[in-house]
Design a protein around this ligand. Structure first.
Ligand code: FAD
Length: 388
């Protein structure tokens, strides 16, 4: 964050020296390795994900808040700060890291057998193996309980059939954590993507998260051994707990995208001349910048506070919902407001603002839409569930 924004909220006083160091390392990597190429990757709708995954693995950010199995075992706040710095460059990069670490690796780490952990976690932490997380289906997004993907026992095996939709990392994954209905309720399965009957066609023509791989997962009589089931996850609590982990990273990440938009707008307003003087010198512009700075600062404070609660070990899903709802909603509003300051230049990929705004459309939708988080918070406030 620019010096003035940091000073305004004295944010660094809330972090440990180790967290500040981790943040600097990730910020430097993002600035040097990703920022110079990201507009081109976005425009071309591609991501050198395999290469990047290995580099992100060396950086230590894949599954960084997990313990053991070659994971870094940092604080949740440090993980959040890494998400913030990655998303300040592009939400697609943060998505790669979130899905790998918080959805795929966390599911195996939290719900898996010792054998599953040994088999997958060290190579995923190193970025040699990429993971994805298949919960959403074409007809069941916000309501995953209605999923149609089914796993049926056949002798000692499981046979999976169904279709998952909008799956980040799907086409490049080595392993998919797939959730399916069984006779005993929803269960999770660790599916090596080379298993016969598994395919993952990429979804193209997206106008958001273009530097991120999004895919369909098709499972046609995918036969797996009994040991492929995640033994400790039973019912929707399994995938929902994993989603809570990734959602936590988004609370931080979204505010990184907002920060980048605001910093861009401040710089731009100082050099752009309108009616004979810099745009930054007009009261209307300063009112916009001041209001946005308040939201960026408040978003950081909320993220850091939730980080401390998570580090203490007793964060609730409703608390994570407050962070996701607020920070993503404010981030997209800030991206759009910054775009007005850049005006015509703001619609091009020469500046990051429209890219962030478009990316945040996906961030607003995945990991629980704003409406779903409003309903979650509404239920916490009233005791009355209004989901159906
Ligand atoms: P729907 O559930 O059809 O919702 C449509 C609208 O109805 C929304 O506005 C919603 O808020 C609203 N709505 C829903 N329920 C209610 C209600 N009770 N009351 C009022 N309004 C309601 N999924 C995965 O499993 N793994 C991934 O890796 C993954 N990556 C993704 C990447 C991208 C780029 C995108 C866009 C999505 C990804 N998703 C992934 C899917 C994502 O989680 C879903 O899109 C999301 O849950 C919403 O589901 P839906 O799109 O089917 O919308």
């Amino acid at each position: 964050m620019s010096q003035s924004l940091t000073q305004l909220f004295d944010l660094d006083s809330l972090l440990t020296p180790e967290e500040i160091e981790i943040r600097s390392t990730v910020r430097k990597f993002a600035a040097e390795r990703i920022r110079p190429h990201i507009a081109e990757w976005f425009e071309e709708g591609r991501l050198p994900a395999r290469e990047l995954a290995v580099e992100l693995g060396s950086l230590g950010v894949l599954g960084m808040h997990l313990d053991g199995y070659d994971c870094a075992g940092t604080s949740a706040t440090a993980y959040g700060l890494a998400c913030l710095e990655l998303e300040a460059v592009d939400s697609g990069i943060r998505s790669l890291v979130s899905v790998q670490g918080s959805l795929a690796m966390f599911s195996i780490h939290h719900w898996g057998s010792e054998e599953q952990k040994q088999q997958w976690l060290p190579s995923m932490a190193a970025g040699r193996a990429i993971g994805c997380f298949g919960l959403t289906e074409p007809d069941h997004g916000s309501d995953p309980a209605g999923m149609r993907t089914r796993a049926v026992r056949d002798g000692g095996d499981w046979v999976l059939n169904g279709t998952k939709m909008w799956i980040t990392n799907g086409s490049i994954a080595d392993v998919a954590v797939v959730w399916a209905q069984t006779e005993e309720g929803i269960r999770g399965f660790v599916v090596p993507t080379g298993t016969p009957g598994f395919s993952a066609p990429e979804i193209r023509a997206k106008m958001s998260l273009r530097a991120s791989v999004t895919s369909e997962l098709v499972l046609e009589d995918v036969r797996l051994p009994a040991a492929a089931m995640l033994p400790l996850a039973q019912g929707l609590r399994g995938p929902l707990t994993s989603l809570g982990e990734a959602r936590f990273g988004i609370v931080f990440g979204a505010i990184g995208a907002a920060r980048d938009c605001l910093e861009t707008a401040i710089d731009y307003a100082q050099t752009r001349q309108v009616f004979g003087k810099p745009l930054a010198g007009y009261q209307l512009t300063q009112a916009k910048l001041a209001d946005m700075a308040l939201e960026v600062g408040k978003g950081h404070l909320l993220a850091y506070h939730l980080g401390r609660i998570k580090d203490r070990g007793d964060i609730t899903p409703e608390q994570v919902s407050t962070g996701k709802l607020n920070n993503v909603r404010e981030a997209i509003a800030i991206a759009r407001e910054c775009r007005t300051i850049l005006a015509a230049n703001g619609i091009t990929l020469e500046y990051p603002v429209i890219r962030h705004a478009n990316n945040l459309e996906s961030v607003l939708t995945y990991e629980g839409t704003s409406e779903v988080h409003q309903l979650t918070i509404g239920k916490a406030l009233t005791g009355s569930a209004a989901f159906r």
